[in-house]
Design a protein around this ligand. Structure first.
Ligand SMILES: [Zn+2]
Length: 288
């Protein structure tokens, strides 16, 4: 299979009433574990990179080891830049070889968001690169781990309609009550709003803030044609906890490879159960 943009995989998902998992990977090990899980389930997957992670490695360095993982994969894989608010940084990632970009102008007024999104849209014109946009700011900062569910925000349907029409983005992430980080308090998802926005959207909708949602919530949103589900915080927790678990129970062992194997397996299992649930609509994401 191939290194691809998100276009076909998300359009197929929307038609087929399933969703593609987009996992915020943080290094080679996590990227490889996610792709291996997708290969074993024989479904496409998205390696998602936060701007902060890309900056940690450097643009060229990061893509130079991520891309071969995708090119050698037995399934279609996209590399997507998550929540980029900086147009110039997005352009650098586009030139370096990302196959998909999220330009997040949701913190600016709608008019400015549209203007800035269009700059990125024009920059990718003629290339097989997809663009995701956001309307109605999804609360929580991915690196601040706890978010109060009461702070959740909601997009306005008319704003979404105008944004979609004027920008021509490939996918839209509307704020419908999810948040980034770990939820505290009751999660209030607005399914009706999601359904309404989907009904006026010519392109697939994306669900951010997937960590902490119940199976039922995921199922309902995927039934309502959420086509991409972002999983970030769960990866961070699994990565750090498994490293701690192994190290604290193997105090006399100093073998990085067995530690990596243990962490890899935990990330693989996490990705496997999410992909199985989102794509094949089997199993559970909350079965621990
Ligand atoms: Zn997000």
């Amino acid at each position: 299979m191939a290194y691809v943009s998100m276009k076909k995989m998300l359009n197929d998902a929307r038609e087929g009433s399933y969703a593609i998992g987009a996992f915020n990977i943080v290094n080679y090990l996590t990227a490889k574990a996610v792709v291996s899980a997708a290969e074993d389930l024989n479904v496409p997957v998205i390696l998602q990179t936060s701007v902060k992670t890309v900056k940690q490695f450097g643009i060229e360095e990061f893509i130079s080891f991520l891309r071969p993982i995708c090119e050698m994969a037995k399934v279609d894989v996209a590399i997507h830049l998550d929540h980029c608010t900086d147009i110039e940084y997005a352009k650098k990632c586009i030139d370096a070889g990302w196959s998909s970009i999220m330009f997040d102008g949701s913190k600016t007024p709608l008019k400015k968001n549209i203007e800035n999104t269009l700059i990125v849209k024009e920059y990718i014109a003629g290339r097989d690169i997809t663009l995701e946009g956001e309307v109605g700011s999804i609360v929580g900062v991915e690196d601040d781990i706890v978010v109060h569910a009461n702070d959740a925000a909601y997009a306005n349907k008319e704003d979404c309609e105008k944004y979609l029409k004027e920008t021509g983005v490939d996918f839209l992430a509307p704020a419908v009550g999810t948040a980034h980080g770990v939820y505290k308090g009751e999660i209030r998802l607005n399914y009706d709003l999601f359904k309404e926005i989907d009904s006026i959207s010519p392109v697939p909708l994306v669900l951010h803030g997937g960590t902490g949602l119940s199976d039922e919530m995921f199922n309902t949103l995927i039934d309502l044609r959420a086509s991409k589900v972002n999983i970030s915080t769960a990866i961070k927790i699994a990565y750090c906890d498994s490293m701690y678990e192994y190290s604290s129970t193997h105090r006399d062992e100093h073998n990085p490879l067995t530690l990596d194997d243990y962490v890899y397996k935990k990330i693989y299992d996490l990705a496997y159960k999410h992909i199985n649930f989102f794509t094949l609509r089997k199993g559970s994401v909350n079965n621990e």
